[in-house]
Design a protein around this ligand. Structure first.
Ligand SMILES: [Ca+2]
Length: 167
């Protein structure tokens, strides 16, 4: 699960189910990823396993307005990104070797950059569709790169969703 803690920071944690498979065992909590948040808004939120077995984490640009530190375009920051990690290959995770920065140049968890607040996304066959919202609601889905006709394909690693310039 992904939640904002009492200090306003993002925690992705792993839980095991209790005897009731619909109820988590709270004592089993295990931190997977911690991300400090500079502002209270734009924390992303959805975590979901993709069809490739990797865990995808939507991470907002940190907040304020207009991404004032341009974090969504900074490959050394996890903010403003779609992250992709392998939670089966290590404890708490390892970075998949085919992530765009796995060999250097940025954080190895990053799968796509330039996202304002990917609080929802979905997998449709091999395509990953981040929800991009502007104003009061989600108005469109699945923009990848700077060409609106590009679907957010899973295989388009390091897709640049435009960061603050887009929204
Ligand atoms: Ca924030």
């Amino acid at each position: 699960m992904d939640y904002t803690d009492l200090n306003g920071d993002t925690r992705v944690e792993r839980y095991q189910v209790s005897a009731d498979s619909n109820v988590a065992d709270t004592a089993s909590h295990h931190l997977v990823l911690f991300v400090a948040q500079p502002y209270p808004n734009h924390n992303g939120g959805l975590v979901m396993f993709g069809p490739d077995g990797m865990l995808y984490i939507g991470m907002g640009d940190g907040g304020s307005g207009g991404d004032p530190q341009n974090r969504a375009q900074n490959p050394d920051s996890l903010l403003g990104k779609l992250l992709r990690i392998d939670v089966d290959g290590g404890d708490p995770y390892v970075n998949p070797p085919n992530n765009p920065y796995a060999g250097g140049g940025g954080r190895g968890e990053i799968w796509a950059i330039g996202l304002r607040n990917p609080w929802r996304f979905a997998f449709l066959r091999s395509h990953c569709w981040p929800a991009l919202h502007r104003g009061r609601g989600t108005e469109r889905m699945g923009r990848s790169g700077r060409r609106a006709q590009d679907p957010g394909r899973l295989e388009l690693r390091l897709a640049d969703h435009g960061g603050r310039a887009l929204l």
